[in-house]
Design a protein around this ligand. Structure first.
Ligand code: SAJ
Length: 419
């Protein structure tokens, strides 16, 4: 396995292709987007991720990574394309289908195909393998197929790509062993072999575990608000128990994984996956809850202006996909609020982004939606002076309550009730 073709140069494919190239493999990175080909070909990543620029640059300079818009013959193929969700909450496998079809003409006896994209249980065996079988190679005997989900955290992708344990689900034992050989070359964590459907379910359950626990935290926040106590204190104290790990409440769950993956289970088990479905609904409702709090904090103000702080789906990343900010801003605008949004990382967003000063100028309320480190260091004395009303809503618990109150703000923290 000396030459690897990586299909899809996104958040997972590009770091994976670059790491492999830096570990001595000959890598062909394939993407259908010509802008990405052009950028990456010049040694420039199209996504912001700590350490990625250096890695891509050296991969391209070494000649070990080349990028193209069509695949070519290789020993192994890694498919890392998106599996988005359709409007009716089902997995859209069209990118997996076209990626698989695009490699069929290049497949040879002894090749290995690895799927990394998050997929509903059964995809590798019942969706991918039948497409690959069009090569006339016998799956599991002449063509090896495995599922190896990515598990990296945006913002720490490179560190986790190398350090995390990996689960590999081979369509046969030999398929799994061949895939293990590749990952062993750059992974410092452990590698666990299983079957493909188990590996798919492992990936989905990791993110579902998180979603369900965030829903529990969001529910807890609502209960504490009614009780007049502070959910953040409850969480901190409950987590002193050695077997408790309560998650954090917030404005909702964003990103392209956690709000999506649980639906892949619900799609298969619409009746049985009750808790999973309800958790999704609780988390999806959070932006509406934030909207209601904003309405109650601004109810006597005509034409209120809201400064939205942070449109990325979480702190310190530039990714705004499925961000709770999208739904909240939509609600605010629909209800005639003036909205000025700021984010120190995000460059492309659905609405115009302005400077911090511009956002605070004449605002009646500021709402913190992303836990960016920058927001922990806000100069609220100066920014407060730009506001029409000094009101602030913290949905992430990043602000210092004592300091805010000394600056004369009216302050609310999600999950903290007032008796
Ligand atoms: N969030 C909360 N409360 C919390 C934790 C997170 O509201 O206590 C919110 C975040 O603000 C964000 C969303 O949930 O909007 C998801 O953020 P995250 O940090 O939990 O996860 P992602 O989407 O960045 O990455 C997840 C990771 N999965 C797990 O930790 C189980 C990552 O390891 C996966 O590789 C990634 O999904 C993926 O690609 O599937």
């Amino acid at each position: 396995m000396k030459k690897i073709c990586v299909i899809g140069l996104g958040y997972i494919g590009l770091p994976t292709a670059s790491v492999l190239a830096n570990h001595g493999f000959k890598v062909v990175g394939v993407d259908i987007n010509n802008e990405i080909i052009l950028k990456v070909g010049n040694g420039e990543p199209h996504i912001k991720e700590p350490g990625l620029r250096t890695l891509v640059e050296s991969a391209i300079k070494s000649g070990n990574l080349i990028v193209k818009n069509v695949p070519e013959e290789a020993d192994a193929f890694i498919i890392a394309v998106p599996t988005p969700i359709t409007k009716d909450k089902r997995a859209d496998l069209s990118y997996v289908k076209s990626a698989a079809e695009s490699i069929v003409p290049y497949l040879k006896k002894g090749n290995l195909v690895i799927l990394e994209s998050t997929s509903p249980p059964g995809t590798t065996e019942h969706f991918l393998s039948p497409i690959l079988a069009k090569s006339n190679l016998k799956i599991g005997e002449e063509l090896f197929v495995a599922y190896c989900p990515e598990r990296v955290l945006p913002g720490k992708i490179l560190k986790e790509l190398i350090g995390n344990d990996r689960v590999i689900g081979g369509i046969t034992l030999e398929s799994g062993l061949k895939a293990k050989e590749i990952y062993l070359s750059f992974i410092e964590g452990n590698i666990y072999l299983t079957d493909a459907t188990t590996a798919e379910m492992v990936k989905l359950m990791e993110n579902t575990y998180r979603d369900v626990n965030i829903a529990l935290a969001n529910e807890l926040a609502g209960l504490c608000e009614d009780l007049g106590i502070n959910a953040w204190e409850v969480i901190e104290l409950a987590n002193k128990h050695p077997r408790v790990n309560l998650h954090k409440p917030g404005p909702g769950v964003g990103g392209h994984c956690i709000p999506v993956d649980p639906w892949f289970i619900v799609e298969k088990f619409p009746e049985k996956a009750k808790l999973i479905k309800q958790s999704r609904e609780i988390n999806d409702h959070q932006p509406h809850k934030v909207f209601e709090i904003i309405c109650s904090m601004t109810k006597d103000i005509p034409n209120p202006k809201v400064a939205v702080l942070g449109v990325s789906f979480k702190g310190n990343v530039d990714d705004a996909r499925e961000s709770p900010a999208i739904e909240l801003i939509k609600l605010l605008k629909k209800n005639n609020f003036i909205v000025a949004a700021h984010d120190p990382y995000v460059e492309n967003f659905e609405c115009e982004l302005v400077s911090l000063e511009e956002a605070f100028k004449g605002a009646d309320l500021a709402v913190v939606l992303a836990d960016h480190d920058d927001y922990r260091r806000l100069n609220l004395r100066e920014l407060g002076m730009l506001m029409r009303h000094k009101k602030i809503l913290d949905t992430r618990h990043v602000l210092n309550e004592g300091l805010i109150l000394t600056e004369g703000f009216i302050y609310r923290l999600i999950g903290k009730g007032r008796i």
